[in-house]
Design a protein around this ligand. Structure first.
Ligand code: KG4
Ligand code: ZN
Length: 342
């Protein structure tokens, strides 16, 4: 089964053709990220304007590069939400038009379900259920216990900001460009992780929730309380390294706890934009020794891409049959609970 997938939930315009859920025939991403280097975050109207320009050329490109035409496409999958409303509209409108012109079925995919499925893309061995997934991006931070692609339980979630947001806002305070995750990772390279102390959020609380607002506030006060006339450049590596460590430690502490409480899990997955972080991966490997730890097979499948949407669509069809296509019919936004059943 060949699925043409579109993803336009934030600042990317992405299209891909995915075969049988995991083989990526072609995956293209046009990003407007560079235009938001200065602003510290995405400007929704500007992102949507760029997506309107890019969507048709990128669809043409994936068809051309895969040597396919509309007759080779069995279904169209498009991110239905959550995301920026103008951006989502570009993808869903393009999908709707193609579906109607090509007489091809279309399904709407929850963006987070795409991230949850991303380890299946170009994987060398199929992941095994039950598994635990830490899904961390600019829009969400969740821990899932999953028994299939569409079945699982949300064990914990963020109570305030998402992990990626904490990276992005932290970078902005440090005068580093958007997106903040890669900027902080780079700035932290030669820094000392214990140089500055940050709080351990929700440390004495049971459960698997996250909270990042205290860490952000703490970064603000760390900068405010620097000795007078300290050039930021001189302390940047140490502050970036300490802040990055605090964010990653919080994520891995909660993940470790969730894994320990669910001894039947066969694998632990880390997905979403933040899963590209090298220090997060190093901490996970150190803390979860003895577990089969898995990330998306390539960094481009950690951050937003359309291949993961095609992958999720395939497994939705496989597990839900024709009802998978109902996901596009409703006009309401698509809560993840619609596709993840207990
Ligand atoms: O999954 P994603 O591409 O988009 C959303 O669904 O939000 O994630 C984007 C987020 C941004 O906040 C970005 O700063 C973060 O992922 N990110 C990283 C890294 N690469 C991207 N965070 C930490 N380290 C990275 N290397
Ligand atoms: Zn995402």
């Amino acid at each position: 089964m060949n699925i043409l997938a579109l993803e336009t939930s934030c600042d990317e315009t992405a299209a891909a053709i995915v075969q049988h859920g995991s083989k990526v025939l072609v995956s293209c991403i046009a990003s407007s990220q560079l235009s938001f280097h200065e602003s510290g975050g995405v400007i929704p109207e500007e992102a949507a304007r760029k997506q309107v320009e890019c969507i048709v050329p990128i669809i043409r490109k994936v068809l051309k590069d895969s040597h396919m035409d509309r007759n080779d496409i069995d279904a169209i999958a498009v991110t239905k939400g959550p995301g920026l409303s103008g951006s989502l509209l570009v993808g869903t409108t393009a999908g709707r038009v193609l579906s109607s012109l090509w007489k091809c079925p279309i399904l709407g995919v929850h963006h987070t379900l795409g991230h949850l499925c991303s380890p299946w893309l170009e994987c060398t061995s199929q992941p095994l259920f039950p598994l635990i997934t830490l899904s961390v991006s600019g829009g969400h931070s969740d821990i899932w216990y999953r028994t299939s692609h569409t079945r699982g339980t949300l064990l914990g979630s963020t109570r305030d900001d998402a992990a990626g947001e904490a990276f992005d806002k932290g970078a902005s305070m440090l005068g580093l460009p958007y997106p903040g995750g890669p900027s902080i990772q780079k700035a932290a390279l030669n820094g000392k992780r214990s140089a500055y102390e940050f709080p351990k959020p929700l440390h004495n609380e049971e459960g698997f929730d996250f909270s990042f607002s205290g860490l952000k506030t703490s970064l603000k006060y760390t900068l405010r309380d620097l000795p007078e006339n300290t050039p930021l450049k001189a302390v940047l590596p140490d502050i970036a390294a300490s802040y990055e460590h605090a964010l990653c430690r919080h994520l891995i502490d909660r993940l470790e706890r969730a894994v320990a409480k669910n001894p039947d899990v066969r694998e632990v997955h880390i997905v979403g934009g933040v899963s590209a972080n090298a220090h997060l991966r190093a901490l996970a490997e150190e803390s979860l020794q003895g577990y089969a730890l898995r990330y998306p097979s390539h960094i481009t499948y950690c951050t937003d891409n359309a291949a993961m949407i095609g992958c999720a669509a395939y497994f939705l069809i496989e597990e839900l049959g024709d009802t998978a296509f109902d996901t596009f019919k409703t006009e309401a936004s698509l809560p993840l609970s619609n596709v993840i059943h207990a």
